[in-house]
Design a protein around this ligand. Structure first.
Ligand code: NAD
Length: 416
């Protein structure tokens, strides 16, 4: 018998019910805490006595943002320059020394980062190291003061396990399946333009790409021709010859994606060419929740459409799965967008567009749950790579005032 199971389930159910979210509820809980302190003053006084009667107005309190020390940055292949330099800017700006380990899969960028980049920074504080999983495993045996990892959730677990051995803090920028809800009241062509563009950007190899569409069968019937029209406008009748459509990074990922083309029914695209690592922009319908294409992050130009009967059903579908890195909601009704925002959780959110939220330096970028932890971009990068040291400077004198803290805590002593 698990002694904690009932309690944990009760609290989780309360959280899912949404009752902790309204401002009134939160205020009432804080008022309860305040009453607890007031009504139990006598009871608590003994325990708290040594912290009472401070003269903190003479102190100076501040946060000192300090570099952690030696930082490890592990980056992926899909935006190999951006996802190496982005974290690097934050780490260097905060004053850290950095080891950068770029992805071994994006070989050409890895080479430039290893051979050219070090000439532009002080090499006594910066190093690029090379290697794949095996070498990275050995690197992770060393103690770092901070690890910033971008990659898939499985490798994220390996990184976090290694970091735990040294109690090293981590930021994990991971991936997952990003839902895209499309309401019945939308203009299908506008939605199709935006979804097709963001799905096919970098041949779909983007961590925040809309991974699948949730909509009614009626909206699907209007959306499919609109997606076909958008894809033809963007990439022509023969997308393989378009200079604007990328290729799949490797044979391994190509084979994985080709396998996913057999899920559901192909209504757009479906072609592939192994010699060119080409997968056509593809739309799948009649997709079931249990199909392989709905089990893993697609990371390619394939868009499954899953039918839901209502907004509530779409929200349940999203909440049954791991928390995504990004969530997209298309609707002409701001109430619908706000309801999805309020009743789900995701790293980031964008209403009526693709991943524009991550282009703003004023917003933190990061995941939640299995899509990651921590965030960066803009000022948040500096903060991520800094230890926030809480400091208080007290004048050396005034010992008479502070003497009240010291035992013995007799009534006589307290009157001093
Ligand atoms: P990956 O996890 O395979 O590789 C990332 C880094 O980890 C690489 O440097 C690689 O050499 C290293 N690595 C790989 N396997 C390892 C192992 N077994 N032990 C130790 N190190 C290992 O990821 P990827 O395939 O390069 O990139 C795709 C994934 O990254 C997708 O899941 C995508 O969603 C995610 N991603 C997330 C973001 C984000 O900002 N949240 C951005 C881009 C990509």
């Amino acid at each position: 018998m698990d002694p904690f199971a009932d309690t944990l389930q009760r609290l989780r159910e309360a959280f899912v019910s949404g009752r902790t979210r309204p401002a009134e509820f939160r205020a009432s809980q804080l008022k309860g805490l305040s009453r607890f302190l007031r009504e139990n003053k006598q009871l608590l006084q003994e325990a708290l006595a040594q912290d009472l009667h401070k003269a903190t107005q003479l102190d100076s309190a501040f946060i000192r943002k300090e570099p952690f020390g030696l930082v490890l940055i592990l980056s992926p292949w899909n935006y190999p320059l951006n996802l190496s330099l982005g974290p690097l800017v934050g780490a260097l700006a905060a004053g850290n020394c950095v080891v950068l380990k770029p992805s071994e899969i994006s070989k050409s960028t890895e080479k430039v980062l290893a051979e050219v980049l070090p000439r532009y920074v002080d090499q006594s504080c910066f190093a690029v190291v090379l290697g794949g999983p095996q070498e990275t495993g050995r690197l992770l045996e060393h103690k770092f003061d901070y690890i910033f990892f971008t990659g898939n959730p499985q490798v994220g677990k390996i990184v976090m396990t290694a970091a735990a051995k040294h109690l090293t803090p981590v930021t994990l920028e991971l991936g997952g399946k990003n839902p895209c809800y499309v309401d019945d009241n939308c203009d299908p062509q506008t939605v199709a333009n935006r979804v097709a563009f963001f799905r096919c950007f970098n041949a779909g190899q983007t961590c925040v790409a809309p991974d699948y569409v949730l909509c009614s069968p009626e909206m699907q019937a209007r959306l499919v021709p609109a997606l076909q029209s958008a894809i033809t406008r963007f990439y022509g009748d023969d997308p393989q010859s378009s200079p604007d459509l990328g290729r799949i990074i490797s044979e391994k990922h190509f084979q994985r994606l080709r396998g996913l083309l057999s899920c559901g029914r192909v209504v757009i695209g479906g072609q592939s060419d192994e010699s060119d690592l080409y997968i056509a922009p593809t739309v799948l319908v009649d997709v079931q929740e249990t199909d392989p294409v709905m089990q893993e992050e697609i990371f390619g130009p394939i868009l499954p459409i899953v039918n839901v009967r209502s907004l509530g059903q779409a929200i349940d579908f999203i909440n049954r799965r791991e928390k995504p890195l990004a969530l997209y909601a298309f609707s002409n009704s701001s109430q619908v967008v706000k309801r999805i925002l309020a009743q789900t959780s995701s790293g980031g959110f964008c209403g009526n567009d693709g991943f524009m939220h991550l282009t703003l330096a004023s917003l933190p970028f990061g995941g939640v749950g299995s899509s990651g932890m921590g965030s960066y971009h803009g000022k948040f990068s500096f903060d991520t790579f800094s230890h926030h040291r809480a400091c208080l400077l007290r004048p050396p004198g005034l010992e008479k005032i502070y003497a009240i803290r010291y035992p013995p805590h007799t009534p006589r002593n307290l009157r001093v």
